[in-house]
Design a protein around this ligand. Structure first.
Ligand code: SF4
Length: 73
């Protein structure tokens, strides 16, 4: 899996596949949150995302769910 920067896994997603399709947070204005202050929002390249999906399909067969790992308002 291609992860870039800090990855946050909420406890509710403990058993999920973490798929990173974006970097940073598209909102990035919550005053209490500094998670992505230094990171500019961007969408990852399609080929990287498809490689991660294929990796998950092939190797991460015990997980039952999939979750995004970036900030999403
Ligand atoms: S939407 Fe989430 S990740 Fe983005 S700034 Fe707010 S709390 Fe942080």
């Amino acid at each position: 899996m291609h992860y870039d920067g800090m990855i946050i896994r909420p406890p509710s997603e403990a058993d999920s596949i973490l798929l990173q399709v974006t970097l940073g947070c598209s909102h990035n204005k919550c005053t209490f949150c500094g998670s992505f202050r230094e990171k500019r929002f961007a969408i990852k390249k399609d080929d990287i995302i498809f490689q991660d999906i294929e990796y998950a399909r092939t190797h991460l067969t015990r997980q039952k769910g999939c979750s995004s790992v970036t900030g999403m308002p």
